[in-house]
Design a protein around this ligand. Structure first.
Ligand code: ARG
Ligand code: ZN
Length: 877
């Protein structure tokens, strides 16, 4: 954020630090008028480093009160807010330094370092927040043990937490008190955490596989303890799962989770003290939707799993961020797949990857999963590093097989425990256990862009021949792409729906239902096939690629009804829908009447009523491609209004043609059983609400949506009803009444009001901009709270295509101003929101020009943060 962080950091410039910090003792005094931090650091000069080498410590906006060597020694120093340079140090290998800094947590609105959220002191140090607390070697390859003493007024801060185990506590003068914490596991500074405040607590315990008892605690606002029950349950299931699936046991006697209401991201895996955005902890049926419950389960698991993949084995430098994030996302995906329905989970993951990662990889912000350069590391907590990073781990398992993959993971934990590692270290364990050369595979980490596979098939009796060509379009700073190792899972299906056997001549390229594509072009012949097969491709989404293939609509319809692979089955129907929507889009642009093929329309009805399919699957199948999905399929010269109209026409036609089937399905899914957040119940609600979405487009739709909203007994149904009213019947008094009811009911529940903001922000059409500017003045809206901002401005810019991209460009201009306002306090948040412009070059020329003007307003504004500038400049290109 400050001058010194505006330089480009390059992977090739990595050098180990000249000094280590073996021990870190911190004393925090949290006074109402400011905090002081006393750091006692035990340094070690590395062997071979010249005795007169200066020690350069990182800072960010710090106020230095005192710095001195412990003992008799002398030295010289030069301090600025962003750096402390020490020279003339003692010649001994070890020396101790004392550094005192002064902080103002109350004015820290960047939510990095030590800040106060709703009266609770908390920290966020990843990636470079620790340097906002004290001068330090703030880099992940410096592992230190921490001893932390916290002193604070007792009345307002009865709770004093840090990492590890509590070793002392007691009272002090002036009704202050203290606690001391010791974390025996050496850790990088980004995993440091402190919490102080007055919170309620939900307690439980877990007995590990070796019989140790771990105390579990979730700290939340007083009175909200019960809202942590689901998170606690998810935590215990995560702990058990990691023991069973990866042999990983928890390594401290206590595990604390704290929920705070101002947080830039989802949560943070600080050792033994995870800090969460309260949105991902607090839930009950009245305030949280089924997807909130699912997110809580996934994020609780994610942060817990980091204890091994992230904390015990951390990253050497921030270029290796995917080492912990991609792997941990993979682990949380697998956990959720085991807890819920694997097929449904996989479809949801692919939808999210395509919605979030593909546009990144195909636009101006594309970067390799392991980047080679950055200006602001905070801008690299991306879908590419997280989600594509996870897909790479999944491909590794697909290529190596489950057993070899597990053996590799075991070796990884054994070989690298306690170290700060690289992607090379990670791949090496799999090379060692498998004897394979993974150098071509490593391109997945180093080459950006989404690979495309162009396929064609031809069948002569007995033999199917496939021609497959891989390519990647140029991405920023990468024009020439090398062929990758792409594992493409496939199957051949006969007319009775059964898998067909085949023989291969090529041998190695095809094995166990997998084609190993390693060349730019492959011709593959499959022999001994009894009849003309239908080809099922990229089963389970075995590789994160796009496919170009002409498949007969009849074949796709067949796959949509018969493929044994749930993902491929879903995909077949969605390929049909996408193609139909693209054709309809052209008709809308040409001012023509839109009419969809009857077979697709009726297939929707068949899917809705097919009792052999899980309700959650049916809901996903019947959720039409989103407007941004369609825009991606079209590619360029996008007109969001025409997309909206084409999609709407399809929804209406499906609803009209299937009124009977959908009404019956809707009615049949109603139940009076007590609420349960489990996957089956959630799936039933999802299907019922999907049916509502269609039925609401028919003539008595307003009545139905109103009744649905009024009779809802949980948040999932309530918000589905309200959303339908707002999006289909926005201008009616009935809708206004429902909105008012909701606002009144949840007046003191900010997380529930976020949904109210979001529903209105995503109401299609140009009038949404007016709604947004009115809602920004609502008393419950606070521009310095990231959850509020994301609910309103984030939802508007990414979830309202016709509103955000209104043709006059007014929304772009408004949004740019809002981002500049946010940027003053919270650059991470403004930079993140600015990525909404990343696909601007795909728009039609008029909108492109308006978007470019808004982007220019941001670069040309005075005092723009490095974070926002970095995103905007890369976006303009
Ligand atoms: N490591 C956290 C996670 O579990 C994300 C923290 C990132 N924080 C940030 N301010 N960039 O994914
Ligand atoms: Zn993570």
């Amino acid at each position: 954020m400050h001058e010194n962080s505006s330089q480009v950091v390059r992977l090739e410039d990595y050098r180990p630090s000249d000094f280590l910090i073996l021990q870190t003792r911190l004393t925090f005094r949290l006074a109402p008028d400011g905090a002081t931090v006393r750091a006692e650091l035990m340094f070690e000069r590395r062997d071979g480093v010249e005795a007169d080498t200066p020690l350069i410590l990182d800072g960010d906006g710090l106020t230095l009160k005192r710095v001195e060597l412990k003992g008799a020694g002398k030295m010289a120093y030069e301090a600025s807010p962003d750096q402390l340079v020490l020279t003339g140090l003692p010649h001994e290998k070890h020396f101790q330094m004392l550094i005192e800094t002064e902080l103002d947590p109350d004015s820290n609105k960047a939510l990095m370092g030590l800040y106060r959220s709703n009266g609770v002191y908390c920290t966020q140090c990843e990636p470079e927040g620790f340097r906002r607390i004290t001068y330090f070697l703030d880099r992940p390859d410096i592992l230190s043990t921490y001893h932390v003493r916290i002193e604070a007024p007792k009345a307002t801060n009865p709770l004093l937490l840090s990492n590890g185990n509590r070793i002392a506590n007691g009272t002090l003068d002036n009704s202050w008190h203290f606690a001391e914490w010791h974390d025996p596991h050496p850790k990088p500074s980004y995993l440091f955490a402190l919490v102080a405040g007055d919170l309620g607590c939900l307690r439980d315990s877990f007995t590990t596989m070796s019989g140790r008892e771990v105390e579990l605690a979730i700290h939340v606002e007083h009175g909200k303890e019960k809202l942590g029950l689901y998170a606690m349950d998810a935590l215990k299931r995560s702990m058990k799962w990691d023991e069973e699936e990866f042999g990983r046991e928890y390594d401290l006697d206590i595990f604390n989770i704290v929920a705070v209401s101002d947080f830039n991201m989802g949560a943070m895996e600080n050792k033994g003290l995870n800090i969460f955005n309260d949105k991902y902890v607090l839930a009950d049926e009245a305030t949280a939707t089924d997807s909130d419950f699912a997110n809580i389960e996934a994020i609780i698991a994610h942060e817990y799993f980091h204890n091994w993949t992230g904390n015990r084995i951390t990253c050497r430098d921030w270029f290796q961020l995917c080492l912990k994030e991609g792997l941990t996302v993979y682990r949380d995906h697998e956990f959720c797949a085991d807890q819920r329905s694997r097929g449904v989970k996989r479809i949801s993951e692919v939808r999210a990857l395509r919605a979030l990662q593909f546009p990144e990889d195909q636009g101006p912000l594309a970067h390799p999963v392991r980047p080679r350069r950055y200006r602001e590391i905070n801008n690299f907590y991306t879908a590419t590093i997280y989600e594509k990073g996870s897909e790479i781990v999944r491909m590794l398992r697909t290529i190596l097989g489950a057993e070899t993959f597990r053996a590799g993971m075991d070796l990884y934990f054994k070989r690298h425990d306690g170290q700060a590692c690289t992607i090379e270290d990670f791949l090496k364990v799999f090379e060692d256990v498998s004897g394979r050369d993974l150098s071509q595979f490593s391109l997945w980490y180093n080459q950006s862009g989404t690979p495309n596979l162009a396929l064609s098939e031809s069948y002569a009796p007995g033999t199917l021949t496939l021609d497959i060509e891989q390519s990647i379009s140029p991405t920023p700073a990468e024009n020439h792409k090398r062929p990758m190792h792409i594992p493409l899972a496939f199957g051949l299906i006969g007319h009775d729906g059964k898998e067909l056997d085949f023989l291969t001549a090529e041998g190695a390229v095809v094995e166990n239902g997998l084609i190993h594509l390693q060349e730019r072009h492959h011709r593959i012949s499959l022999h001994g096939i009894k009849e003309r097969p239908v080809l099922s491709l990229n089963r389970g989404f075995s590789a994160p690629v796009t496919l170009t293939i002409e498949q007969e609509p009849q074949d796709l319809i067949f796959l949509a009804g018969h493929d044994s692979d749930p993902f491929a089955r879903w995909q077949a129907f969605h390929t049909l829908l996408s193609e139909a929507l693209m054709a309809a889009y052209r008709l809308v642009l040409g001012g023509k009447q839109v009419e969809f093929q009857q077979d697709i329309v009726f297939l929707a009805g068949k899917i809705a009523t097919d009792e052999s399919l899980e309700p959650a699957y049916r809901a996903l199948a019947l959720t039409l491609p989103s407007e941004t999905d369609i825009a991606r399929d079209i590619g360029n010269d996008i007109d969001p209004d025409a997309i909206f109209n084409a999609r709407n026409a399809l929804a209406v036609q499906i609803a009209k043609a299937n009124r009977e089937a959908f009404s019956q399905t809707y009615a049949g899914l109603h139940d009076d059983a007590p609420f349960s957040p489990d996957a089956d119940s959630a799936g039933r609600r999802a299907l019922r609400n999907t049916m509502l979405g269609y039925l609401a487009r028919l003539d008595d739709g307003l009545f139905l949506a109103q009744r649905h909203t009024k009779t809802a007994t949980n948040m999932t149904d309530l918000i589905a009803g309200l959303g339908t009213l707002v999006h289909e019947y926005g201008a009616t008094t009935q809708t206004q009444a429902a909105l008012d009811d909701y606002a009144q009911r949840y007046a003191t529940t900010p997380l529930a009001l976020d949904k109210w903001f979001q529903v209105q922000a995503t109401a299609p059409g140009p009038q949404a901009l007016e709604t947004i500017s009115v809602l920004m003045k609502h008393p419950a809206f606070h521009i310095d709270n990231p959850n509020r901002v994301r609910a309103l401005l984030g939802a508007f810019s990414t979830g309202n295509q016709t509103g955000f991209h209104r043709a006059d460009g007014a929304a772009y201009a408004f949004f740019a101003q809002a981002l500049l306002a946010i940027d003053k306090d919270n650059p991470q948040l403004s930079a993140r929101l600015a990525t909404a412009f990343r696909s601007w070059r795909a728009l039609g020329p008029m909108r492109q020009e308006k978007a470019r003007q808004a982007l220019l307003v941001m670069v040309e504004a005075s005092a723009v943060s490095v974070d926002l500038r970095d995103i905007v400049e890369r976006t303009i290109g």
